[in-house]
Write a protein that binds this ligand. Sequence first.
Ligand SMILES: C[S@@+](CC[C@H](N)C(=O)[O-])C[C@H]1O[C@@H](n2cnc3c(N)ncnc32)[C@H](O)[C@@H]1O
Length: 332
Amino acid sequence: MFSGWPDGFDRIPDSDWVQLPVEELALKYDTVEDHGWYRNLDRTVSAITDWVQPDHLLVDYSGGTGILASRLLEEASQRRFGILIVDSSPKFLRLALEKLRRHERVAFRLIRYLKPEKRLQLMQEVLGSTLLERKLDGLVSTNAIHLYYGLEDTLRSWAEVLRPGGRVFIQSGNIGLPYLPAGSWIIDETVDAIHKAALQIVAEEERYRAYRAGSTDPERMRRYDDLRRKFFLPVRPIEHYLQRLEGSGFRVLEVTHLPIEAHVDQWYEFLATYHEGVLGWVGGSARLEGSPPDETALTHRMQLIREAMERIFHGKSSFQALWTYINAEVAG
Ligand SMILES: C[S@@+](CC[C@H](N)C(=O)[O-])C[C@H]1O[C@@H](n2cnc3c(N)ncnc32)[C@H](O)[C@@H]1O
């Protein structure tokens, strides 16, 4: 029996999202678990395993479909600690629930979007009084911090719900660095490179002639640049994160980097799900043009993503992406 949850705390809340069916998009995302580049979780799993103590409560913030939580349950099974998966996507969280609802050491909470205030709920608004009183021992955020548009509010809310000395484990492959080893990538920056290479291919190859006029219309392409940046946010530099952590009540303990090998095939598979964001200008995007691309354009779009990847990775089957790991603790 795991006794770490405070009295009166429901692991599975009585909420609308719990009743939703499991959706395709979440199942599709969940397959990244088998991708080589998801070894990015290894360092985080071992850092948590080294630190965690029995009865600790750890928040898996942006825990998504529960991939990290499953790994922690497998690899630190002897350490009897609790994991609270918190996410802003009901679809992802629903799949996490499907996979892990039988684990008494795992609990689930949805971060809701507050429409009138145009913001996500803060941790204080999500946890409930029993956990707020107890406070949490640690928080982990994997492959997600680059997505937080309200970064400062998010970090301050983390500090608020953690105990003094509580730990934070952050990692992402989309943190900008002042230097990159030759041949290494910040993983989402491959998307801009694919876009540029596809523009060249369209200009050079007759079979893509149909997309030339659209791809040289500056006004149209500005709209597609904006669309791409909605799917793949511009990379913010590491200093941006470190300064905001320090300014939100954390002491940064360690910053490390690790090259992660990504297979081009698997990265293609991942990007193919978001093809509208990568090369929406090939055939057009329904949200910008009012109608979706036809089948031929869609086929061309996928081919172009593939060919552009061959070009930027020089026909190699894998590339190196650089992940950044930041460990911090609540100061004072
Ligand atoms: C790329 S997935 C990573 C999921 C998981 N941590 C992993 O490593 O597999 C990013 C996750 O961040 C969540 N997310 C996106 N924007 C967020 C935000 N502003 N605040 C909290 N979570 C967010 C998404 O719902 C999604 O589950």
